[in-house]
Design a protein. Structure first.
Length: 118
């Protein structure tokens, strides 16, 4: 079930976090920067998300106009996800959040499999 939007927000940040604040939404957007991915590819990249949660987050991003879903009428079904023009406007924010996370992990000596050089 896709969440229902409030009729009013108290501040713009509240609206932003409502759109990208889901557990995996920022990660999904990050993986879709400059590429289109099939559902199975996203599932492998975000392996700790249950299929139900990943589908829910993708549907919410689609409803909010951040992600577009393209379904090919083949067997087995092929579904691809990419960022919309609205979604692409989030790229600078996602990149900065990623940088902040990298700095945080470094300062706290927390290991991370991600390397910005990959």
């Amino acid at each position: 079930m896709v969440k229902k939007k409030p009729l009013e927000y108290k501040c713009p940040l509240e609206a932003t976090m409502d759109i990208i604040g889901g557990k995996y939404k920022g990660v999904i957007i990050g993986h879709l920067i400059d590429k289109t991915l099939r559902y199975n590819e996203l599932q492998k990249l975000i392996y700790h998300a249950t299929p139900k949660m990943l589908i829910q987050q993708l549907k919410e991003l689609e409803v909010d106009g951040i992600v577009k879903r393209k379904l090919y009428p083949v067997v087995p079904p092929k579904t691809e996800y990419s960022l919309t023009e609205r979604g692409k406007t989030l790229i600078p924010a996602i990149i900065e959040l990623n940088k902040w996370g990298l700095n945080y992990l470094k300062e706290e000596n927390i290991p991370c499999a991600y390397s910005p050089d990959k």
